[in-house]
Design a protein around this ligand. Structure first.
Ligand SMILES: [Mn+2]
Length: 357
């Protein structure tokens, strides 16, 4: 991870910062290669320090490269503050989006007001993936899709949303994932209109919409995929209409993806299709998000988004149309922005499919 320390130091110099600290697992995985949940790092222009407690010392010695590893006792935020204070550092950057108020208070109490908010310092690096990261996302995506392919033919009337979601998560682990990258969504019938619904005791019936949104985490990287099916027969003309519409919007957005295009524009490419069909108010969420160490990370694609796409970004394209009380459709692919467009990692069919009961 020494090349990432070098890149971070360049950003530090550009921001006029004297050092960077982090207590955040995702950041510390990216910058130090550590997969544990509790650690601290301090990076100065000429030092890289990694702090952990007894539980993680052996693991850190195996995983962490390019850092001086120190086992500490007591509160990690206080030991980190002491390391900052001993070095008389100033303008010490941290990521405000991850730090708790408690941690911040402990840092200030032990090192004074030397800290400065740098929300973009690491995220500006993380949003562009290198080849090894893309390979990990691809592998996570393939694993999750292999589960979908095997579970779809097993769907029978009577299985509940909760049971199906549990089957996905069991298979993720059995096939080498550390777990789901977020709680698996399996929503049947009218419940598919809940964009982030939680699986419940609803049993599958013929004529149901089946909305599946899932992903796994494998070797620290996430995948994300959504498909919407009809079970046994098409629930109604409305479903066919919004499925076609969502797919058309999704394809329009994929067409728009290339380096230099603004995140807002790509969102608008899909949103315009849906709005022009009179369903603008039924697509109330953003078009997509970055995927990597975290399931939702930079960049964001929505009407208020800033920034442009760059080659190497891994993002989702996931428009949806939701009719309250009736049902919804979301179609989500995971893609890599390439030099001249994009590569779609998701392989599963997205045209309307009627699953045999
Ligand atoms: Mn997603």
């Amino acid at each position: 991870m020494t090349h990432r320390i070098t890149a971070l130091r360049e950003n530090l110099a550009n921001e006029g910062c004297g050092a960077f600290i982090s207590l955040t697992p995702a950041t510390n995985q990216y910058l130090a290669g550590f997969s544990g949940t509790t650690s601290a790092i301090l990076i100065t222009p000429d030092e890289a320090l990694f702090l952990c407690d007894f539980r993680y010392t052996e693991q850190a010695q195996e995983q962490v490269r390019g850092y001086a590893i120190t086992e500490v006792k007591g509160k990690l935020s206080e030991r980190l503050a002491e390391a900052v204070s001993e070095r008389r550092l100033s303008a010490v950057g941290f990521e405000p989006q991850y730090m708790t108020v408690d941690e911040f208070r402990a840092l200030q109490a032990n090192a004074g007001s030397v800290f400065t908010e740098t929300p973009e310092l690491v995220s500006s690096l993380r949003r562009r993936k290198d080849e090894s990261e893309i390979a990990l996302v691809r592998a996570a995506s393939e694993l999750a899709e292999s589960v979908l392919v095997d579970l779809l033919p097993e769907l029978r009337p009577g299985i509940t949303e909760r049971e199906l979601a549990a089957r996905f998560e069991y298979e993720f682990k059995m096939r080498g994932a550390s777990g789901p990258s977020f709680d698996t969504m399996a929503l049947f019938g009218a419940r598919s209109s809940l964009p982030h619904g939680q699986p419940g005791d609803r049993a599958l019936q013929e004529g149901d919409v089946v909305l599946l949104d899932f992903g796994c985490r494998r070797e620290g990287y996430c995948s994300d995929l959504t498909r919407t099916y009809a079970f046994g027969r098409i629930p109604g003309g409305w479903f066919q209409e919004i499925h076609e519409l969502t797919l058309a919007a999704q394809r329009q957005a994929l067409e728009a993806v290339r380096p230099g295009v603004s995140c807002q524009e790509v969102d608008a490419a899909a949103r315009d299709v849906i709005s022009n069909a009179g369903h603008g108010s039924h697509f109330g969420h953003g078009l997509g998000h970055g995927v990597g160490i975290e399931i939702h990370e930079a960049p964001r694609l929505n009407p208020e988004a800033t920034g442009v796409l760059e080659a190497g970004m891994v993002i989702t394209i996931e428009p949806g149309v939701y009719l309250p009380g009736q049902g919804g459709v979301r179609i989500e692919d995971l893609i890599v922005v390439t030099q001249d467009g994009c590569e779609v990692l998701t392989r599963t069919q997205k045209e309307l499919e009627i699953l045999a009961p």
